[in-house]
Design a protein around this ligand. Structure first.
Ligand code: HEC
Length: 174
C-alpha cells in the first residue's frame, strides 16, 4: 500500500474550504458590481437641479429667442414703419417732413419710460386715433399678426441702444 493516495485526498479535503471562500468572495464582488454600480450609473439626471452648464444653456436659449424676435421685428419695421419712423427709428423717415405731429422718435428714452408693451400693442394694431394721437399713425391690426406686432415692439426696444452705437461710430469718424 502506498501512502500517496490517502495523503493527496487529505490535502484536497483541506483545500476545499479555501476554494469555497474564494468563490463566495468572487460572487460577492460580482453582486457588488451588479447591484451597486449599475443602478448608480443609470440614476436619471431629471430630478437633479440643473448644472451650471445647463443653466448657461437655458439663458442662451432665452437670449437667442429674444434676438430672433428682434430680427423678425426689424424686417416688419423695414417693410411697414421705416418710411415714416426712419431707417434708424428716429422719427426721420422719408414721409416725416409731411407729418405734423412728426412720427415718434424711438431713440427717445423718455418715451420708453412712458409706455408699456400693452399700450404699444394697442396703438400699433388700432392706430394713433384710438389712443387720442395722430390719425397719420395707421392701424396695423389687419395687416400684421399679433406675433408680428410683438416682434416689432421687441425691435423698437433696441432702437435707443442702436442710436447710441450709431452716434458713437459717427463721433469716432469725425
Ligand atoms: C404714414 C406714416 C407712419 C407709418 C407708416 C407708421 N407710423 Fe407710427 N406714427 C406715425 C406718426 C405721425 C406718429 C405720431 C403720432 C402722434 O404723436 O400723435 C406715430 C407714432 C407711433 C408710435 C407712438 C405712439 C405713442 O404712444 O406715442 C408707435 C409705437 C408707432 N408709431 C409704431 C409704428 C409701427 C410699429 C409702425 C409699422 C408697423 C408704424 N408706426 C408705422 C406715423 C406712421
Amino acid at each position: 500500500m502506498s501512502p500517496l493516495p490517502s495523503a493527496t485526498k487529505k490535502n484536497r479535503q483541506r483545500r476545499r474550504p479555501i476554494y469555497v471562500a474564494g468563490a463566495a468572495t468572487f460572487a460577492a464582488f460580482l453582486l457588488g458590481l451588479l447591484s451597486g454600480c449599475r443602478p448608480h450609473e443609470q440614476t436619471p439626471t431629471i430630478s437633479e437641479p440643473p448644472s451650471v452648464m445647463q443653466k448657461l444653456a437655458m439663458g442662451h436659449d432665452q437670449q437667442s429667442s429674444v434676438a430672433a424676435s428682434q430680427a423678425r421685428g426689424k424686417k416688419v419695421y423695414d417693410h411697414y414703419c421705416k418710411i415714416c419712423h426712419g431707417a434708424g427709428g428716429q422719427g426721420d423717415g422719408f414721409n416725416s417732413a409731411m407729418l405734423d405731429p412728426p412720427p415718434r422718435n424711438f431713440a427717445d428714452e423718455a418715451f420708453w419710460k412712458r409706455v408699456n408693451d400693452e399700450q404699444l400693442q394697442t396703438v400699433i394694431s388700432q392706430g394713433g386715433e384710438s389712443v387720442g394721437k395722430s390719425v397719420l399713425m395707421p392701424a396695423w391690426g389687419r395687416t400684421l399678426e399679433a406675433s408680428q406686432i410683438t416682434d416689432v415692439i421687441a425691435f423698437l426696444r433696441t432702437v435707443p441702444a442702436l442710436a447710441k452705437k450709431a452716434a458713437a461710430a459717427e463721433e469716432s469718424e469725425n
